[in-house]
Design a protein around this ligand. Structure first.
Ligand code: HEM
Length: 293
């Protein structure tokens, strides 16, 4: 592996070509030695994935066991939302669910000795990358170098080349959301519904989701790279929110803005129509960190 290749992040983080997704959150069973865990994670990273694009990410405790220098806390928002810190995230993307199934089974045979499953959730790209509310989700992501700057820990910092990851499963109350007429739905989000045009500052309601999350903190734009996908069926549905950042603190600040925990105390109106059920922080190491396990 060349030096330039060595610090590369896991490429599937930025690959938006697959419509089928699978998220598996694992909890570590007690007792595995650092050596056994490194071997298991090395074997996991080496699974022949074929058409499936995997991303692996580890909790603070697992990072410590694996000897990564990066430091960050378990997820928590002062008890305001569920905090269900899991130790290992496996995120798989593919064109076909059959391929996801095959790779998930191969991975399970490696990790089951050391981990139990906390959550296994499939997801899918809905129409042209819309959330189940019908609004395009991800269009406000930064692009090109700005995406890398938002998502990847810079050179010189612990974990350089990797990313902090935030995963949160949200359940929607679509019946309540769909009772609003479209212009009121647009006020909840802060963009138009059909063509996803962001409201200008005059039109943006103080409690619109984009108004709360398109923000600076101490002069620094709180940009993150979002890869959320919808899940569910006609009975139960929602969004597996997944985002990558160069700083875990950005997730915390954005959530505080959404939950009225910043000085202006404004709550994001979106949270009247959807509620988080889980929440974890992880670190997604670079390719070479995985290869070095
Ligand atoms: C039910 C949960 C959520 C839904 C349905 C949702 C949906 C959306 C939609 C439709 C947009 C506008 C389109 C776009 O900019 O891509 C958006 C923007 C955004 N959301 Fe969310 N979101 C959810 C949760 C969250 C959470 C938990 C965070 C942060 C922790 C977040 C952060 C952002 C950011 C940073 C933007 C872009 C703002 C900008 O324009 O710079 N969202 N979201």
């Amino acid at each position: 592996m060349t030096k330039s290749h060595s610090n590369q992040c896991q490429p599937a983080i930025f690959d938006r070509n697959s419509r089928q997704h699978l998220f598996i959150e694992f909890i570590q069973r007690p007792g595995a030695s650092a050596g056994a865990m490194s071997s298991a994670m090395a074997a996991l990273a080496a699974v022949e994935s074929g058409n499936v694009k995997p991303v692996l990410a580890f909790s603070p405790a697992l990072c410590q066991l694996l000897g990564y220098e990066v430091e960050f806390p378990d997820f928590s928002l002062e008890g305001v939302v569920p905090a269900t810190q899991a130790d290992l995230l496996v995120w798989l993307q593919a064109e076909h669910r059959s391929d996801l199934f095959d790779v998930a089974m191969a991975m399970r045979s490696i990790v089951d000795e050391h981990f139990s499953v906390q959550l296994e959730q499939d997801g899918f790209v809905y129409h042209d990358m819309r959330d189940l509310t019908g609004f395009v989700d991800g269009i406000g992501n930064p692009e090109g170098d700005k995406a890398l700057a938002a998502a990847v820990i810079p050179e010189g910092q612990p974990g350089a080349g990797g990313s902090f990851v935030f995963g949160q499963l949200w359940r929607h109350d679509l019946a309540a959301f769909n009772e609003l007429d479209v212009s009121e739905q647009e006020n909840v989000i802060g963009r138009t519904k059909v063509d996803a045009v962001e409201f200008d500052s005059e039109r943006m309601p103080a409690d619109a989701h984009v108004g709360r999350t398109d923000t600076d903190h101490d002069g620094v734009p709180q940009k993150i790279w979002r890869r959320s996908v919808p899940f569910g069926n006609s009975s139960q549905h929602g969004l597996y929110f997944l985002a990558f950042s160069c700083e875990w603190q950005r997730f915390d600040y954005l959530l505080r803005r959404m939950y009225g925990m910043t000085d202006d105390a404004v709550r994001d109106r979106l949270i009247s129509f959807s509620s988080p059920q889980t929440g974890s922080y992880w670190f997604a190491p670079t390719q070479s960190m995985l290869a070095g396990l």
